[in-house]
Design a protein around this ligand. Structure first.
Ligand code: MRU
Length: 349
């Protein structure tokens, strides 16, 4: 992809440019985001989405918000402002821990005592946000390297939702494994679940894989079990939004069903995620907050109504796959085979 998923342009008074993912695949348009309110909205409505990408967006959002405070303000005033902005952005989406991880990292910069004035603090915050973006890009490359060996010549991979370059700084997590295997010259096939209700698989994953020249076939979410029963899937790789200390992993709604189906058919199920997606403060997946989204997403298919306007709707955006269903978690530090609290702690230490 030549266009960056999300980037800062200009100096401290600059702004964010991001691909508006709600318009894909019809239009690949870059949106300029110039204030923190616009960033909150972009995260909320999934203009920018995917756990690592919303962490980066939140970090840049804080930099945009801090443009509102005068350089003459005291450090204490600047710290208070930053905390308010962080609380505000934290209310945009609850499940992906990368958002809170990035906000926390930015707040830590402001707590350091060696900053002389507010202007200097603003610059340090921009530097930190850029570092979060650059480190994510490097982690994605490393995930690709650690996972590519799992894809054998001639194999078929199933993925759910979009864990590609669009969901990260660049290159992706689950898709990084595929991009790297493809760079290594391997021939393999990918099935992409469409991922109702917002169709990240249909709109974004197929778009990214096709651009890379990878053989991809789109299926509806209810077709994966049929393919598995016919021996057509060799492995499943998805991303994650939050991984608890014991390896239970939240990802896009429908991932749990795919994992159970994979287990029933003896197919290995892998999650690919950077260390910023782990939340070691929670022992298991029951503590992961699950975002509930607007009913309109379910009663419409794109712009087309597909259900009675007043039908009752349940619309959780994520589900949790218990660690027992995972063959492994591919991180930037290596593969955690059959993850447990101990092996996760060891890898992340
Ligand atoms: O609601 P979304 O589109 O932000 O959900 C994204 C996912 O569930 C991804 O699989 C996950 O964030 C991993 S992205 C590398």
């Amino acid at each position: 992809m030549n266009i960056k998923t999300i980037e800062w342009t200009g100096g401290i008074d600059g702004h964010v440019r991001l691909i508006d993912q709600t318009l894909l695949p019809g239009r690949c348009a870059v949106l300029s985001v110039r204030d923190v309110e616009a960033m909150w909205e972009a995260i909320k409505v999934l203009r920018v989405r995917g756990a690592p990408a919303i962490g980066i967006a939140a970090a840049f959002g804080l930099v945009l918000g801090m443009q509102q405070i005068d350089d003459a303000a005291t450090i204490t005033q600047a710290q208070q402002k930053l905390q308010q902005l962080s609380d505000y952005l934290a209310g945009s989406r609850p499940t992906a821990v990368n958002l809170f991880w990035a906000l926390e990292r930015m707040l830590k910069v402001a707590k350091k005592t060696d900053t002389e004035n507010t202007a200097q603090l603003k610059q340090k915050l921009l530097d930190e946000a850029q570092a979060i973006r650059d480190e994510d890009a490097a982690m994605c490359r490393a995930i690709g390297k650690h996972g590519a060996g799992l894809i054998k010549e001639g194999s078929t991979v199933l993925t759910h939702c979009n864990a590609g370059g669009l969901a990260t700084a660049e290159f992706g997590t689950a898709l990084a494994v595929m991009f790297t295997a493809h760079e290594q010259g391997k021939k393999f096939r990918v099935f992409a679940d469409e991922t109702r209700p917002l169709l990240q698989g249909a709109r974004l994953t197929t778009w990214e894989l096709m651009q890379a020249g990878i053989d991809v076939t789109l299926i509806c979410d209810n077709m994966a079990g049929h393919l598995m029963s016919r021996g057509e899937i060799d492995l499943v790789i998805t991303g994650a939004d939050r991984i608890a200390a014991n390896g239970d992993a939240a990802n896009k709604i429908g991932t749990y069903s795919v994992a159970v189906l994979a287990a029933a058919h003896g197919i290995p199920f892998y999650i690919a995620a950077p260390s910023s997606t782990f939340d070691l403060s929670i022992p298991d997946g029951q503590q992961i907050p699950i975002e509930q989204r607007d009913r309109q997403e379910v009663i419409n298919f794109g712009a087309q109504p597909v259900a009675p306007e007043n039908v009752q709707v349940y619309n959780p955006a994520f589900d949790v796959t218990p660690a027992k269903y995972l063959a492994g978690i591919i991180t930037e530090r290596g593969l955690i085979d059959h993850p447990s609290s101990d092996s996760i702690r060891q890898m992340l230490q």
